[in-house]
Design a protein around this ligand. Sequence first.
Ligand SMILES: *[C@@H]1O[C@H](CO)[C@@H](O)[C@H](O)[C@H]1NC(C)=O
Ligand SMILES: *[C@@H]1O[C@H](CO)[C@@H](O)[C@H](O)[C@H]1NC(C)=O
Ligand SMILES: *[C@@H]1O[C@H](CO)[C@@H](O)[C@H](O)[C@H]1NC(C)=O
Ligand SMILES: *[C@@H]1O[C@H](CO)[C@@H](O)[C@H](O)[C@H]1NC(C)=O
Length: 257
Amino acid sequence: MVWVYLLANWLSTQPWRALNGTNNETLLRDPLYIGMRGKRITGQKYDEFLDEFMQAVVRRCGQNCLIQFEDFANANASRLLDKYRDQYCTFNDDIQGTASVAVAGLLTSLKLKNTKLIGNKILFFGAGEATLVKPSAQPSRPTLAPFSPVEYNGKKFHPGQGSNAYIFPGIALAAEKLADLCDENDLEKGSLYPPLEKITPRSVEIAKYIMEYAYQKGLATVTAEPKNVKEFIINQMYKLEYPSALPEIYSWNNTKE
Ligand SMILES: *[C@@H]1O[C@H](CO)[C@@H](O)[C@H](O)[C@H]1NC(C)=O
Ligand SMILES: *[C@@H]1O[C@H](CO)[C@@H](O)[C@H](O)[C@H]1NC(C)=O
Ligand SMILES: *[C@@H]1O[C@H](CO)[C@@H](O)[C@H](O)[C@H]1NC(C)=O
Ligand SMILES: *[C@@H]1O[C@H](CO)[C@@H](O)[C@H](O)[C@H]1NC(C)=O
């Protein structure tokens, strides 16, 4: 399945399954499968479908709508990014997101070791699109992927997960900020990233940094600068709390005085 996220306004996202059908026979026979029952489209039709999708999104949501490509197969991902990047406000999470979060890890490790990037050897390790990066800056500090603690030279390291969710949609600028957001405690534990349970407050800091940068450099063109940037961001964020669907009730106290 392929998802395209529409970031209609910055932090609230809308997942869309852009390509219909699946080639997985198990899914095709599964009565609970929610997708379209049929094989995936390929070839020229595939490309035309995506073109049409991109046009439709812009027609409906505007040219400023950020379209995030997620989980597109590698060969097509680069091709589509090149094709659309100058025409649409778009980015590919697996390519640019992963790269940015790896850069954040590298920046943090350079700070820890107080060296420059040029003096380090970098090992790309693993398979798949999000290859694990191990900077020599700190041996045994995997930059991506969640792992259990590792012991090295008598010290326990807790590898932090380099989640792409930290940096989108700020990309490289967010990588810089993310590297600043590891506190002493995270670094002490050997993590190059803040723990994921802190993602919400850390994301606000990243978004604030990017927003301030954009206003400072005259790059913000959609909304006038809000008085309180942080408050503005928090108000745009999707909240995972649902109010009760039931009306408020009280217990009738039948006791006679
Ligand atoms: C097909 O989908 C099923 C259910 O999601 C999954 O368990 C299976 O691994 C898939 N098969 C292939 C070949 O991807
Ligand atoms: C997928 O979309 C194309 C174009 O709209 C359509 O012709 C085709 O029937 C769809 N496939 C399925 C399985 O619904
Ligand atoms: C990549 O794009 C081509 C069309 O150019 C399509 O035929 C193919 O199915 C796509 N690959 C995947 C894995 O979606
Ligand atoms: C009901 O009201 C009476 C009188 O005000 C009070 O003494 C009693 O604690 C109340 N009971 C409950 C269950 O609220």
